[in-house]
Design a protein around this ligand. Structure first.
Ligand code: CP
Ligand code: NVA
Length: 330
């Protein structure tokens, strides 16, 4: 298994199943109280947030501090991605000061540009296309609940969006039985399903349906996300109309076994994609899921910044500063 040291995480599909399992194993150990040491001691990480965040920013910032590092949050009002200067120039400049970048950018393409221009590791804190750190925490939560991931029956009810895309790749890599239920016109992008198939040698376990009953019948996990993602606010009313019949409410829950657990990446639009009764009800695990963002990201960073495993790919400083770092090829 290749080491994660010095690597970027742009897409969850950058990881193998074994690497995801390694992150989850380390996360479980950290959550149980194992001392992570101080792999980030003396290191500074820039945290670019072009979009709002609660969970991602705070959990990354706490994780960086737990690991002995120093987070530098940068909001779009000051850094102004692609407006004040080019994305690549921002990256080249930050690279001279910091040891890595965590970035939530509106455009996945911008994140790829940022990562290509950076010598140090870059971690995707969500783009319009993917949310890999969310799905690492989701997998940790499901493994805690069910004891396994392969064969877990997960029904994602909602938009074929960034969270759904990372879920499709993760399910494909890990052999999770993922059913995506959404209205016509909001299916996962065909290129995502093609990539999933190619990751699985033509046999991705992911299925898509317009029928909630079909996807939910034997689901162990019911997962949903907002109908209107950040940046899609102009489509909100149309989306409310198109998704209304797929609200995760008590009557939709009755289509699934009563033991099914409910997950939501949050923030929730209460009363829209999910009701208060479900979100706050006995089947909901959303707050445990949100907590796991911290453990999964702390594990990820501890592996990326594991100096012992870095084999000279840029994590050790030289007398002149950082050594030339190679990031994973994209
Ligand atoms: N789930 C998630 O990414 O939450 P934030 O937008 O608050 O970071
Ligand atoms: N799909 C949502 C996820 C928020 C964590 C969005 O992109 O806004």
């Amino acid at each position: 298994m290749a080491s994660l040291a010095g690597r970027d995480l742009i897409s969850i599909a950058d990881l193998t199943a074994a690497e995801i399992s390694e992150v989850l194993d380390v996360a479980t150990a950290l959550k149980a109280g194992v001392d992570p040491g101080r792999p980030l001691a003396g290191r500074n990480l820039a945290m670019i947030f072009q979009r709002p965040s609660n969970r991602t920013r705070v959990s990354f910032e706490v994780a960086i501090r737990h690991l002995g590092g120093h987070p530098i949050p940068l909001f779009n009002s000051e850094i102004q991605i692609g407006e004040r200067e080019s994305t690549a120039d921002i990256s080249r400049i930050l690279d001279r000061y910091v040891d890595g970048i965590v970035a939530r950018l509106s455009s996945h393409r911008d994140l790829v540009t940022l990562a290509r221009a950076a010598r140090g590791p870059v971690v995707n804190a969500m783009t319009d296309r993917e949310h890999p750190c969310q799905v690492l925490a989701d997998c940790l939560t499901i493994r805690e609940l069910l004891g396994h991931l392969a064969g877990a029956r997960v029904c994602y009810v909602g938009d074929g969006n960034n969270v759904c895309t990372s879920w499709i790749y993760a399910a494909t890599l890990l052999g999770i039985d993922l059913r995506v239920v959404g209205p016509a016109g909001y299916e996962p992008h065909p290129a995502v399903l093609e990539r999933a198939d190619s990751l699985a040698g033509g046999r991705s376990p992911v299925r898509h349906s317009h029928e909630a009953a079909e996807g939910l019948a034997d689901a162990e996990i019911i997962y949903t996300d907002v109908w209107t993602s950040m940046g899609q606010e102009a489509e909100q009313q149309q989306r409310r109309d198109d998704f209304a019949h797929l609200q995760v409410n008590e009557s939709l829950l009755r289509l699934a076994p009563p033991t099914a657990r409910v997950m939501h990446c949050l923030p929730a639009h209460r009363g829209e994609e999910i009701t208060d009764a479900v979100l706050d009800g006995p089947q909901s695990v959303v707050f445990d899921q949100a907590e796991n963002r911290l453990w999964a990201q702390e594990a990820l960073l501890s592996l990326i910044f594991d100096a012992k495993a870095s084999d000279g790919r840029g994590l050790e400083r030289t007398a002149a500063g950082r050594s030339p770092a190679g990031t994973a090829p994209r």
